[in-house]
Design a protein around this ligand. Structure first.
Ligand code: ASP
Ligand code: MG
Length: 401
């Protein structure tokens, strides 16, 4: 078999950790498999490098910032290759560029355009373990680029796809994806399997096991991904196609507390008003998550409420204030004390009564639902932030996860 194994920073904190990982890689290599390794920077190295750059206004020169932050991965790749050699496994450290990863020139958030794995193929054929720096590539002009925070996941999945690997194993300090965040829901369990689509819903809602870009790439290329713990031997969670109709309606529940609700109150109740408001936000590059329009008042006015990510809050409020004025609305209301609880499952589409179960679970706990949105694989409710953790537990338990 051909396997790509990626190790995150928390698995590479010290030389002793790196040696433990090398032994793990050796055990797989000794079984006769072809193994390619992708590494993140050790521990908090990337954050430390970014802090140092901040002292010199590094963000003003993103092309140079990328050269700085990529050194974190170069260190860990070189050390990992040395550790493997020391354990009797031939290994070679390579940069993303040497691994053939060509990207756009968007420094700090480059997109992979193509991969030429020729050098990796040569090494693998010679039973050498390539140790590739995660999170980086090279632009068409020949400058180094990085792929955005958490980008080593993307490197691993993209290389697994280019190499036609049998699987891509993503190692971290957690044993996979859980039915809920175990820090909030004590009886949450590790999942054996879930689909790319489910993972995307969970990733964008704070489950943070895999970088979202990496999951999108895996879905596109069909690479099966195993999220596993470096410190355990359990198989972890398999993230793959998942075409069969699941027996259970809901796979996992997620909580996002980084959301803000903005209400445009008393706008004229006529066609085109909601479209105008949403257009203005879209033009500012702000993604709207949920929208809700309340029933018209007698005076032919309506209230529109929408939610945005906290990161977009300031800009979104400014745009909405202008929009309210343009439309001759009455008042702007901003509420950051909210949270989004979501029940996610490929089985939502082939089970009835899933939404009712969510609503009843919240009602039974006296939790008020402020907004609702549903999709083929998800039911989300906005609740008050004070109720958030209780709400997550309620919904988790309602589905016996
Ligand atoms: N070292 C980079 C980061 O901290 C990339 C990664 O870890 O995946 O974001
Ligand atoms: Mg990571």
């Amino acid at each position: 078999m051909r396997i790509v194994e990626k190790f995150g920073g928390s698995s590479l904190k010290t030389i002793a950790y790196i040696e433990a990982v090398a032994e793990r890689v050796k055990a797989v290599w000794e079984q006769g498999h072809q193994v390619a390794v992708v590494v993140s920077a050790m521990g908090d190295t990337t954050d430390d490098l970014l802090e140092r750059a901040e002292l010199l206004d590094g963000r003003q020169s993103p092309e140079n910032l990328d050269v700085l932050v990529m050194t974190g991965e170069m260190q860990s790749a070189a050390l990992m290759a040395m550790a493997l050699v020391r354990h009797g496994v031939p290994a070679r450290a390579l940069t993303g560029a040497q691994a053939g990863i060509c990207t756009t020139a968007d420094y700090g958030r480059a997109r992979i355009e193509s991969i030429d794995p020729a050098l990796l193929e040569t090494l693998l054929a010679e039973r050498v373990v390539p140790v590739v720096t995660g999170f980086q590539g090279i632009s068409p002009e020949g400058f180094y680029t990085t792929l955005g925070r958490g980008g080593s996941d993307l490197t691993a999945i993209a290389l697994a796809s280019a190499l036609g690997a049998d699987s891509c194993e993503i190692y971290s300090d957690v044993p996979g994806v859980f039915t809920a965040d175990p820090r909030i829901v004590p009886n949450a369990k590790a999942l054996q399997a879930l689909s790319y689509d489910e993972m995307l819903e969970l990733a964008s809602q704070g489950a943070q096991v895999l970088q979202t870009q990496a999951v999108l790439y895996a879905r596109q290329s069909g690479v099966p991904v195993d999220a596993r713990s470096t410190f355990e031997t359990k198989p972890g969670t398999r993230i793959a196609g998942g075409n069969s109709l699941p027996a259970e309606p809901v796979t996992a529940v997620a909580l996002d507390v980084h959301v803000t609700k903005i209400g445009l109150m008393g706008v004229p109740d006529r066609p085109g008003v909601a479209a105008y408001a949403c257009d203005q936000l879209a033009q500012a590059g702000i993604n709207i998550d949920l929208v809700f329009q309340a029933l018209s008042h007698e005076n032919a006015r309506a209230d529109i409420a929408l939610t945005v990510a906290d990161a977009d809050r300031e800009q979104a409020v400014a745009v909405c204030r202008q929009t309210l004025q343009d439309l001759g609305g009455l008042d702007l209301v901003v509420d950051g004390e909210i949270a989004k609880v979501s029940a996610v499952g490929a089985g939502v589409r082939n089970h009835v009564g899933v939404a009712a179960t969510v609503f009843r679970a919240l009602a039974d706990a006296g939790i008020n639902i402020q907004m609702i949105s549903t999709s083929e694989i998800k039911i989300s409710c906005i609740v008050s932030r004070a109720d958030a953790e209780r709400a997550l537990n309620q919904v988790h338990n309602a589905f016996d996860l």
